[in-house]
Design a protein around this ligand. Structure first.
Ligand code: GDP
Length: 429
């Protein structure tokens, strides 16, 4: 199974970091293909606990080349801090490669993200305000600065001058803030270029090179499919394509020449969402609070409390339809340990009708109410369990029902944050 793509199935924060850290042991290449520092992957392993926003979760294995692909937008300050954070624990970062084609998140992107969100008032998207959306906007508007530009500093000055001529009037005239200084930004860029130079490369040959040798490549998604710019709950979405198809664009790989061997969907045993947007199974009572506390459901990038809800099989079926998962890694089953009953949303009700398909409109989804199936809880700790058949019968029944409702096998079940707190039902290699 050399080419494996790992994708978040729901609204992100499913525990991709843990699973990728686990799988990376077998991989020669681990490559991020979308998103920016708005994604936060938490990894707990023998080196410690790490919050990674840009560095691929395979960095802890010295044999793995870690790629930040062209589909990612890179915040240089955050990336350099992260490199320092892992290096401080003795981790070698020499195999980290950043695509020359990845776009940079510039200081004006961060500023504009904050100003735009504030100006939206109650209609705010709930972005992490660290410039990711505006960087993707500039990429599409052909106003972006790419990582490779940091190495062409003479041309960069002209390019920055041109871009600031577009940005400064927006800052001063629309938002009434002071203009940005060309020289300051240019000097910052020169410094970033010096620091990042050892990592910058044309990364496109690396994955084909590994696959030709039969080596295992993990393509690492960020966020989740229901936040996809096309297929998510627009406009409450991210600015990139975290779905499977995005991996090929975001890394420059031919799906015809290198077909996927396995698509792993990471999904939580319940649902969470950060920021605004419809979430039919959100729990507003004490149970929602309990899941948040048990699961420590606070954003790893912003610390914001996550909205918690029951497992939404309608949403997951849609995600499966657009991604074609080979199997799921079900995470955080242990978070439900204390509950006397667990619910699964099997359909929605809207204006008296029953809906089995996920609507394409956020406004429609907002009006949907969940139809629940209720199952008994297991009320026993399960983090020590390593075999499916050793799970309490009620937990087994819950997992089996999720498989039936989503038509996809649970090949991995995660019962705690640590590497070893994992049940491998079927090896994906
Ligand atoms: P990601 O962005 O998908 O990697 O998800 P986050 O890092 O935002 O959230 C995952 C969090 O859940 C991290 O703190 C992990 O350590 C933790 N985690 C992962 N799997 C499990 C699990 O099975 N049980 C529990 N209790 N925590 C888990």
């Amino acid at each position: 199974m050399p080419l494996i793509i790992v994708v978040g199935v729901q609204w992100g924060d499913e525990g991709k970091g843990k699973v990728i850290d686990l799988l990376a042991e077998n991989a020669k290449v681990v490559a991020r293909f979308s998103g920016g520092a708005n994604a936060g992957h938490t990894v707990c392993n023998p080196h410690g606990k790490f919050k990674l926003h840009l560095v691929p979760s395979g960095i802890f294995y010295p044999h793995a080349t870690c790629i930040i692909g062209n589909g990612v937008v890179v915040s240089p300050t955050i990336l350099l801090e992260e490199i320092d954070q892992v290096r401080a624990k003795g981790i070698d970062c020499s195999k980290l490669k950043i695509s020359t084609r990845a776009h940079l998140v510039m200081p004006y992107h961060v500023l504009l993200d904050q100003l735009e969100e504030e100006s939206r008032g109650s209609k705010a998207i709930g972005t992490t305000r660290n410039g990711v959306g505006p960087a993707y906007m500039d990429k599409a508007a052909r106003l972006g600065i790419r990582v490779g530009d940091l190495l062409q500093i003479n041309e960069l000055l002209d390019r920055l001058r041109f871009v600031l001529e577009q940005k400064n009037p927006i800052l001063t005239k629309v938002y009434g803030t002071p203009p940005l200084s060309l020289n300051e930004i240019y000097e910052q860029c020169c410094w970033f270029g010096e620091k990042l130079a050892p990592f910058i490369a044309d990364t496109t040959p690396l994955i084909p090179g590994a696959l030709e040798k039969g080596e295992i490549v993990l393509m690492e998604g960020a966020q989740g499919a229901l936040l996809d710019i096309d297929f998510g709950t627009y406009p409450y979405v991210t600015s990139s394509s975290p779905v499977v198809a995005g991996a090929f664009v975001g890394l420059g790989l031919s799906p015809a020449r290198y077909p996927i061997d396995y698509v792993l969907g990471i999904l939580k045993a319940y649902t969470t969402r950060v920021g605004s947007g419809p979430m039919p199974t959100e729990i507003h009572d004490e149970t929602g609070r309990l899941i948040r506390e048990q699961g420590n459901e606070y954003g790893s990038t912003t610390g914001r409390p996550r909205r918690c809800g029951w497992f939404d099989a309608v949403a997951v079926r849609f995600s499966h339809a657009i991604n074609g998962f080979s199997g799921f890694a079900l995470t955080r089953l242990d978070v439900l340990d204390t509950l006397s009953e667990v619910k699964i949303c099997t359909a929605y009700k809207i204006d008296g009708d029953t809906l089995h398909d996920f609507p394409s409109s956020a406004a429609l989804l907002e009006k949907c109410t969940p139809v629940y199936e209720v199952m008994p809880g297991w009320q026993t700790p399960i983090s020590h369990v390593r075999r499916f058949t050793d799970l309490p019968k009620a937990a087994q029944a819950y997992v089996t029902r999720l498989e039936e409702l989503t038509s996809c096998p649970m090949d991995i079940i995660s019962v705690g944050p640590e590497r070893e707190e994992t049940i491998t039902v079927r090896s994906i290699f």
